[in-house]
Design a protein around this ligand. Structure first.
Ligand code: NDP
Length: 253
């Protein structure tokens, strides 16, 4: 129960990696603030992890007032914040030839600007508790793949943000790291426009694009997030940790 007495705010807790992280942390005794836009899904996750251990704090992280409320309501409810998990994110496909500025702005606003804003608001509270930040980036932040240009750029920015914040807050004993998942089975790709059929083919293809011969499960990403959020990683900061079955290390040959 290494998170007993710790308050953890998770964005994107209504689905996929965020929901899996909520489950893992609740098992380790954490008290959770669960954020996302889909209130029904958030309530279902809260019920699963235990209503006494969780608090639903809905909001759209691209709306400044919502993000302010997410942080404010969490502090009002629990009086402190020990861990911030910036997990909410979206995927859209497109190349330099066909990604509109509107798409670019949406990806940057959702995947980067929201993290900047929420982190900025949370830092004073994290300094008080000597807490930790875990950002959910992607192998796309480390490596370059054609056809997902704006998403790649957004995740590279998350990695740089992670390292800069880590250095800026290290002397204050606040750690900041990211996990960089490979393909993970969640709703992300289908919400990003993939049909069921295309998604099935994409997962099949993932067997060849990941050294370990398979895509990941959300719970495998959650375990790495929990590691970076907790005392087991007390001397680790500024790391962009691939959790991708070896995908980041691969080169075509
Ligand atoms: P899901 O689509 O299953 O979950 C995404 C979560 O982000 C949802 O809870 C969603 O909330 C939330 N979200 C999206 N936009 C907003 C917004 N504007 N405001 C508030 N919440 C928002 O995908 P994953 O679990 O896979 O995604 C989690 C993170 O993991 C993302 O940052 C993604 O880029 C990253 N990732 C995922 C990979 C994968 O293969 N799945 C690989 C590498 C990285 P709601 O539904 O309530 O709107």
């Amino acid at each position: 129960m290494s998170f007993l007495g710790k308050v953890v705010l998770i964005t994107g807790a209504s689905s996929g990696i965020g929901a899996a992280t909520a489950h893992r942390l609740a098992k380790q005794g954490a008290t959770l603030a669960l954020s996302g836009r889909n209130v029904e899904n958030l309530k279902a996750v809260a019920k699963d992890v235990g209503a006494d251990k969780s608090f639903v704090v809905p909001g759209d992280v691209t709306k400044e007032a919502d993000t302010e409320n997410i942080l404010k309501n969490t502090i009002e409810k629990y009086g402190k914040l020990d861990v911030l998990i910036n997990n909410a994110g979206i995927l859209e496909t497109g190349s330099i030839e066909n990604t509109s500025l509107e798409q670019f702005d949406r990806l940057i606003n959702t995947n980067v600007r929201s993290i900047y804003h929420l982190t900025m608001l949370a830092v004073p509270h994290l300094i008080k508790t000597q807490g930790a930040i875990v950002n959910v980036s992607s192998v796309n932040g480390i490596r370059s793949f054609p056809g997902v240009l704006a998403y790649n750029i957004s995740k590279t920015a998350v990695d740089q943000l992670t390292r800069c914040v880590a250095l800026e807050l290290a002397a204050k004993n606040v750690r900041c790291n990211s996990v960089n998942p490979g393909v993970t089975i969640t709703n992300l790709h289908k919400r990003g426009g993939m049909t069921e059929d295309a998604y099935a083919k994409f997962l099949e293809h993932s067997k060849t694009t990941h050294a370990m011969g398979r895509p990941g499960q959300a719970i495998e990403i959650a375990d790495a997030i929990v590691f970076l959020a907790g005392d087991a990683s007390s001397f680790i900061t500024g790391v962009n940790l691939p959790v991708d079955g070896g995908r980041h290390a691969m080169c075509p040959r």
